[in-house]
Ligand binder design. Sequence first.
Ligand code: HEM
Length: 82
Amino acid sequence: MTNEPAISFAKDIRPMFTDMDVAHMKPAGIDLSSKESVQAHAEAIYASVSGGIMPPPSSGEARWTPEMCERFKRWQANGFLP
Ligand code: HEM
């Protein structure tokens, strides 16, 4: 564990959300560009990306890879570092 680099929102998590993701989710009340908002909705976000529900296949965006999902999970488990 101690050898694993810490996961930060700015460096590791924020870049996984595209401009399209951010724009489409703002009206739904989730600001994917904000650490506070992503943290507040972390369980639902993780469930949707790991389940392949979000981003919707109809958006043309690729589904998150297992590595991306794991990175998000580690960010959660490590206490939501900025
Ligand atoms: C709390 C979790 C989330 C909820 C409840 C949620 C809900 C929704 C809803 C209701 C829509 C509009 C209906 C639709 O276009 O299918 C939508 C659209 C969309 N969401 Fe999410 N979403 C969540 C997380 C995410 C995440 C984490 C991403 C990106 C990684 C994302 C990307 C998108 C995109 C790109 C669209 C637009 C699809 C299109 O217009 O083609 N969403 N979401």
